[in-house]
Design a protein around this ligand. Structure first.
Ligand SMILES: [Zn+2]
Length: 155
């Protein structure tokens, strides 16, 4: 039954995230309208900063919605042609409509900017850990050498 389909469950989760963002965007549009009106009405009021913050939030939310849409497509076994926007099967190497070539990683799960940023952070942390290990090894060697030299001095 569709209700127990894990894919359907995943899709409805993404859909819920999209709906939440859509209603946040609507709320921001309302607020921007009010802020702009207050500024229009009273010359001494400057709401530019508050309006800009909301515009930026709308852009961020819109990008996140696009990410979720791509994830839904992926669950359905589809991907979007970056050239014409046509939905293609994941395994296609070329768009069946416009013939554009898909990138090598086009069949992989799409990642949101947030996930990409998290991955980068992980890589940085791993590199830092590796650097620390090297430093510790170098220090150990230096200590060994110093101990060795001391021994020789005593002899
Ligand atoms: Zn295309």
């Amino acid at each position: 039954m569709a209700l127990f389909d894990p894919k359907a469950k995943e899709i409805s989760g993404y859909q819920r995230s999209i709906d939440e963002r859509t209603s946040s965007i609507r709320k921001y549009y309302d607020e921007i309208g009010k802020l702009y009106y207050d500024q229009y009405k009273d010359m001494n009021v400057d709401n530019t900063k508050d309006i800009n913050t909301r515009c930026e939030a709308i852009t961020r939310l819109s990008n996140e919605i696009e990410d979720y849409k791509l994830k839904i497509l992926f669950v359905k076994g589809l991907k979007k042609c970056p050239n014409c926007g046509t939905e293609n099967s994941l395994e296609y190497g070329f768009c069946f409509k416009c013939g554009s070539k898909f990138s090598e990683d086009s069949a992989q799960e799409p990642k949101s900017d947030f996930e990409k940023a998290e991955e980068q952070l992980e890589e940085v942390a791993e590199a830092a850990e590796a650097a620390e290990a090297v430093e510790a090894a170098v220090e150990e060697k230096a200590e060994e050498a110093a101990a060795e030299a001391e021994k020789k001095d005593e002899e």
